[in-house]
Design a protein around this ligand. Sequence first.
Ligand code: HEM
Length: 492
Amino acid sequence: MVLLLLLLGLLGLLLFLLHGRKRRQGEPPLIKGWVPFLGNTLQFGKNAHKFLEDQKRKNGDVFTVLIAGKYMTFIMDPLLYPSIIKHGRQLDFHELTERLAPLVFGYPSMKTFPGLSEQISRAYRFLQGDSLTSLTESMMGNLMLVFCQDHLDPGQGWRSGNLYEFCSSVMFEATFLTIYGRPQTGSRHQHMDQLLKDFLQFDAMFPYLSAEVPIWLLGRTKTVRQKLISHFLPQRLSCWSDKCQFIQARLELFNLYDKLRDVDKAAHHFTILWASVGNTLPATFWATFDLVAHPEALKVVRQEILDVLRASGVEFSPDRELTLSREQLDKLVFLESSIKESLRLSSASMNLRVAQEDFSLRLDAERSVAVRKGDIITLYPQSMHLDPEIYEDPQTFHFDRFVEDGREKTDFRKHGQKLKYYLMPFGSGSSKCPGRYFAVNEIKQFVCLLLLYLDLQLEDGQNRPSSDHSRAGLGIQQPSSPVLFRYRPRAE
Ligand code: HEM
């Protein structure tokens, strides 16, 4: 039996080497690896950034890699990003998400519902523009509610906690209330701890689901997903008040589709839960950690918040409820820079586009490469975020890296040329995150609350944890180990 398996394996390898894809004229260097189908999946999964930097050294700025059965062409020079991002017709983003999202979140393929996908995209406008003002206001109130009730006990001494759990519990519940609204009775939903636990259990399997591992191979994941989805059944959602306009618009939209079952609608609403907190929780953790770990930066940011409040006639007092409007948040340039710096260090998302036909992809005035239909053209901005030519001392947190002369700094260069895209935690072009402004605002609000109401310290010996590489390519990386901290209400 063992011999037979070995022979079959060898035969597979031989077929892969003899008949597998070969590099054609005009195509980028091809890195297939030795394992049929999987190709370089394991090396990529272990440390994607290192793997890609090694390939770049050997093969130049553009190369094709076989990963999990897919041929992915990586464009490593950020000066070439604009030509990929503006390539609309021949490079498509939606095909990928429309195939993957139903597998991950458990709703039926959108192909059977004409116009649904376009209408869903159209509703993203309710995360921006005028709607952002009410979202931001509502988030402020909900953050105050959760934070004060759970963590602000005047007169209490130092309390210890796990920083990731602290950030997650407050942000998860406040975001949930802001997006889906509050229950019929009371101001907070019951069993939020359990909902967060279930969410984190599902989220831990997200990398496998995105890699198209069948859900029945992933233990209890399907049961947990069903449980999560059941929270969003239309009859439950309709009882909650103060839903944001975005969810209201989606409820009305789904009602237009008779063939969408209640459980399908609920699965769509669950997708938004993942989108709204899946990256925001780790991003909030890093933004908080980096400031607490750098007291000199924390001091500048805290003073900036007090100054912005003072400029609008508000003297902060811990006895009064803090409100920060969208306009006030926009003025916090050092806080914004600090959050961007934490995003730069923690983000590892991929920007993917599928080639719709065989064609010659123009990279710049001199260069183009041949790509095949179905190949995935990939930007991996983490390589840019950690490039020492663009960001001096790239592994170190510099809270004011994105400020120049008291304003936002936008001039970052490669080979002496100004980069159009230099920070991309939120994706690019047609797949850019529609929740990005809300995300930055809510992280700012959270940090403001913490800095104004609490004294914060890391417990002894707590260094910046390394990132958990299992989420490489999927967004903000999570810390690979816990960070312990202590906090107490801030003395005036
Ligand atoms: C720091 C926090 C966040 C980060 C880093 C982030 C990042 C991203 C990225 C990289 C994408 C594109 C994915 C791709 O190219 O496949 C995306 C898509 C998306 N994000 Fe965010 N996001 C954040 C927060 C939010 C929030 C708070 C919301 C909503 C309230 C949100 C809603 C969405 C939605 C709906 C999409 C899908 C867009 C589409 O299919 O066209 N995100 N996000």
